[in-house]
Ligand binder design. Sequence first.
Ligand code: ATP
Length: 135
Amino acid sequence: SERTLILIKPDGVSRGLVGEVLTRVERKGLRIVALDLRTLDADTAKSHYEEHAQRPFFDSLVEFITSGPLVAAVVEGHRAIESFRALAGATDPVNAAPGTIRGDLGLEVQANIVHGSDSTYSAEREIKLFFPDLA
Ligand code: ATP
């Protein structure tokens, strides 16, 4: 079993898609082990997206991800990292397959509803960043 960090980004929360996303996660068989609604400060957002610091969209991404409440969760299960990224679909919702969260519900590359850790290394780092007290 494996853990991953998922975010329902501010667009997902403001559009009322929290239940829809968590339903898909649970129906897949992933187990929610931590769950929290919060608004990120700029330092936490920059730390979360540190690997994108040199990208042209970095400032815009930080502004977006801090723009309102998001839902952070840790989910656990068989190959949870890859399983959730398959549920989420491609980064750009225009290219994401129908049946995926982004393919069914999204249209814009920045406001693409969800985040999921992309490796065991980033999952460990991101879980510590969002839930430092989780055992
Ligand atoms: P995440 O890491 O959030 O799960 P991802 O791994 O699918 O997404 P990355 O390439 O790591 O995608 O980009 C991180 C996030 O930055 C994307 O989810 C999206 O919100 C935003 N992003 C990516 N590309 C662009 C772009 N060209 N313009 C604006 N925002 C972008």
